[in-house]
Design a protein. Structure first.
Length: 94
């Protein structure tokens, strides 16, 4: 399995617009419907209002790579470009 733990620093005051866009595009549901997806969750930090977390777990490398090249990932890249200032990624092979 492949686990990614992602932290995104969002433009100041932009978290609400980012969350609205994620929800408005159905992005989370699109990711969750991809084959090999075990877990996929966005969450907003409680104490840092400009931080978004994304944790996703994939059955294997192939399903993760298919996810990276999916239409949903292309939409996510466009959204990130508008709102995200900094990205931290941690990958775990389990």
């Amino acid at each position: 399995m492949v686990l990614y733990m992602n932290r995104y620093k969002v433009r100041p005051g932009g978290i609400e617009a980012l969350v609205n866009e994620i929800n408005g595009t159905g992005l989370e549901e699109s990711f969750r419907s991809l084959p090999g997806r075990i877990k996929f969750d966005f969450s907003v930090a409680v104490k840092d209002e400009d931080t978004l977390y994304l944790n996703d777990l994939w059955a294997d490398e192939e399903s993760f790579e298919n996810h990276r090249h999916s239409e949903a990932s292309a939409v996510w890249r466009e959204i990130k470009e508008k709102y995200v200032l900094e990205t931290e990624l941690q990958r775990y092979d389990i």
